[in-house]
Design a protein around this ligand. Structure first.
Ligand code: NAP
Ligand code: ZN
Ligand code: ZN
Length: 350
């Protein structure tokens, strides 16, 4: 049993996104049915539409920064009720039995978590469809509670850009007084600045775009470092306690490794593809580390949302209608996003 609903997606890797119809399952005992109000536009949506990671299944209906109201709950759902504002991020299921799931790290599920779109749909067969759609049915364990003091349209990006930056800063224990560099000022980067600032760090925005310097400071950066400026990069050599790298493509990370202090770590969250060759010397001299991080578990995502509620943190968003999505993709690809597009899903209904 299923319901047909309106959505927006791409039929192949060269196609524009266009209206389409998809199926959603009926509400099961543990399910929450959500009418989507807003959905953020993540650079990962573009990677998957364009098949950059070589695992896309078409049609792709992207969207994993979902905010909406509960319109129905299954009989065993106790945590959520009709009318409540809730969120769904990058995952809609996992095995719940492996060591990662037991450690609240469902994103690293050894049996494969189910991504919100482009994952295997256990219920209807085929693949999952994301938030560029009217509604979604999700197991209650993968639904998040949204603090009610936050503006819902600016909350949507927290479900991916928020948790993806909060989690590494949290896991690597960024603390007051640390010198933290955020590399790349886009959707993830602007959240990275806000979180690192709220954690008490001295925040340096490391960007290729000098014209973003003013915004970086407004968002909470204490300094701005232009990565193309070799002299300025030299001045910061060996001075960072932590670097969060959100650059969305493979690139030369050696200049950033040079910025790390002894024993310090740079965490990659952006480039999920080969990097340029890394010079071993840069790591050996100073016992430096390069690591990676994928979103965050459900418990930590809730922790991040609650942290945002306490500290009044949301994204800086530009609201678009569904039929502006192709233009928005072009702007994200050319680093022209300030700093997250969010789709008003009402525009899909009209
Ligand atoms: P975005 O909004 O496009 O921001 C990326 C920023 O990186 C750009 O605004 C630009 O900032 C900088 N940049 C772009 N191309 C660059 C290049 N060639 N060299 C150096 N800097 C460059 O993207 P996003 O939504 O923040 O996502 C960033 C990446 O993270 C994407 O690849 C996305 O798929 C990935 N992601 C990963 C996870 C995870 O769990 N690990 C989760 C979500 C997203 P400046 O103008 O400031 O240089
Ligand atoms: Zn994302
Ligand atoms: Zn698992």
């Amino acid at each position: 049993m299923s319901t047909e609903i309106k959505a927006y997606g791409a039929r192949d890797k060269t196609a524009d996104l266009e209206p389409m119809t998809i199926k959603r399952r009926e509400v099961g005992p543990k399910d929450v049915k959500i009418e989507i109000t807003y959905c953020g536009v993540c650079h990962s949506d573009i990677h998957q539409v364009r098949n950059d990671w070589k695992n896309s299944v078409y049609p792709v209906v992207p969207g994993h920064e979902i905010i909406g109201h509960v319109v129905a709950v299954g009989k065993d759902v106790k945590k959520f009720k009709e009318g409540q504002l809730v969120g769904v991020g990058c995952m809609v299921d996992s095995c719940r039995e492996c060591s990662a799931c037991k450690d609240d790290l469902e994103q690293y599920c050894e049996n494969g978590m189910v991504p919100t779109y482009n994952g295997k749909d256990k219920h209807l067969g085929g693949h999952t469809f994301g938030g560029y759609s009217e509604m979604v049915v999700v197991d209650q364990d993968f639904v998040l509670t949204i603090p009610d003091n936050l503006d819902q349209k600016a909350v949507a990006p927290l479900l991916c850009a928020g948790i993806t930056t909060f989690s590494p800063l949290n896991h690597w224990g960024v603390k007051e007084g640390d010198k933290v560099g955020i590399i790349g000022l886009g959707g993830l980067g602007h959240m990275g600045i806000k979180f690192a600032n709220a954690m008490g760090a001295h925040v340096v925005m490391i960007t290729t775009s000098p014209d973003k310097a003013k915004d970086a400071k407004r968002l909470g950066a204490h300094e701005v470092l232009i990565s193309k400026d070799e002299e300025a990069m030299k001045e910061h050599t060996g001075s960072f306690d932590f670097l969060l790298n959100t650059v969305p493509v493979g690139h030369d990370i050696n200049p950033y490794i040079n910025l790390l202090k002894r024993d310090a770590t740079m965490v990659l969250v952006g480039a999920i593809e080969p990097l340029d060759a890394v010079h071993g010397g840069g790591l050996v001299m100073g016992r430096k580390r390069v690591a990676g991080s994928l979103i965050g578990g459900i418990a930590e995502t809730q922790e991040m949302l609650d942290f945002c509620g306490e500290h009044n943190i949301v994204s800086d968003v530009e609201i678009i209608n569904m039929d502006n999505i192709n233009e928005a993709y072009d702007r994200v690809t050319s680093s022209d996003v300030k700093y997250r597009f969010v789709i008003d899903m009402n525009s899909l209904k009209n």
